[in-house]
Design a protein around this ligand. Structure first.
Ligand code: NDP
Ligand code: OXD
Length: 309
């Protein structure tokens, strides 16, 4: 029987992944968990989330590849103790960066205000601002955030970055560690959150951290919903301290219709669509990790379970 990768995702297309993998390795198949009649066959899994019944039946698995850059959706506490890798891919980095740039420009050029005005048939001139007055902060300058920070800096924004360990990115003022967070936020008119979700970063965007930003600042969240204390964000929007928020991720997805963040003029919700992975570019990294796993070599982009990302 030929080799096969076990696949599980409600969001990604197993047929497209199968075609992309076969284009590189015609002997290798991608099989959706619903068609996985012989669980013993699989040594490698490509998962957004585990199948509903878990991975218990797949006793020969040797490694797991996340179908996302994040791994928290896999719930590490219930996942078998196998090598685990997150996915990094140019298509994902590019689409995430595009979203960060688009959301930044929307606030920088007051499109949010013009959207409201034009719906109200109101002509209200806003003087074109200068980028020098609109410093942008990127929370989490890893693969995606690092690229977003570089891109925003190349576009002429003053850019600050915050991460766990000190990072050097040309054109970006870098801050790190818990002691660097408030000084970082104090100088940002807009933050783009693209942190990994761990126990240390959960709830990190809250009343105290939002208060550190200048009045009239903006929040863009493309990391995870659990980074934000939503009731604190609502309160800070109500007070006007935060002028607007763009949230691609929320604590409960889809956002419940009656949630206080829904239907507000100053909040834009998008359905966890900021990043998109193109199997045609990402298949090579998945195959490389499968080959590494089967030959006992360390995975690329391996998750450090103790660190949580
Ligand atoms: P990386 O692992 O490359 O980057 C994670 C960043 O988070 C790093 O800069 C890391 O710091 C930082 N970080 C982690 N813990 C802390 C901490 N305690 N304090 C400060 N910084 C911390 O991941 P990616 O850039 O590939 O992806 C980032 C996240 O984006 C994913 O985990 C996922 O949640 C989210 N995502 C969302 C998508 C969407 O569609 N909305 C799509 C893709 C990803 P350091 O640099 O020091 O390691
Ligand atoms: C990811 C995501 O983590 O799509 O890649 O959220």
């Amino acid at each position: 029987m030929s080799q096969a990768i076990l696949f599980c995702s409600d969001l990604d297309d197993p047929v497209a992944w199968h075609a992309a993998v076969q284009a590189l390795r015609p002997d290798l198949s991608v099989i959706d968990w619903k068609d996985a009649d012989d669980p013993e066959r699989f040594e490698f899994a490509l998962l957004w989330k585990p199948p509903p019944q878990g991975l218990g039946a797949f006793t020969r698995l040797r490694a797991i590849q996340s179908l996302g850059a994040g791994v928290n959706q896999l719930d590490l506490s219930t996942l078998p103790d196998l090598p685990l890798a997150r996915l990094t891919d140019p298509s994902l980095t590019d689409t995430m960066t595009d979203y960060a740039v688009a959301a930044t420009y929307r606030y920088f050029r007051s499109f949010d205000r013009y959207e409201r005005n034009s719906r109200a048939r109101r002509w209200d001139y806003v003087f074109a601002p200068s980028k020098a007055d609109f410093p942008v902060g990127v929370m989490g300058t890893g693969v995606i955030g690092g690229n977003a920070a570089r891109t925003l800096a190349a576009l002429g924004f003053p850019v600050r970055g915050w991460s766990r360990s000190p990072r050097t990115i040309p054109g970006v003022e870098s801050f790190s560690g818990p002691e660097g967070l408030i000084p970082f936020l104090e100088g940002c008119r807009l933050i783009v959150n693209v942190l990994a979700l761990t126990e240390e970063t959960r709830d990190i965007i809250n009343r105290q951290t939002l208060s550190a930003m200048p009045k009239g600042s903006y929040v863009v969240n493309i990391g995870r919903g659990a980074h934000v204390v939503e009731e604190d964000l609502v309160a800070m929007l109500d007070s006007g301290h935060i002028a607007g928020a763009t949230l691609d991720v929320v604590q409960t997805e889809p956002l419940p219709e009656d949630h206080p963040l829904n239907g507000r003029d100053d909040v834009l919700i998008t359905p966890h669509c900021a990043g998109g992975i193109d199997p045609r570019t990402a298949a090579a990294a998945v195959i490389e990790n499968m080959e590494r796993a089967l030959s006992g070599r360390p995975l690329l982009n391996a998750v450090d379970r103790a660190r949580g990302y």
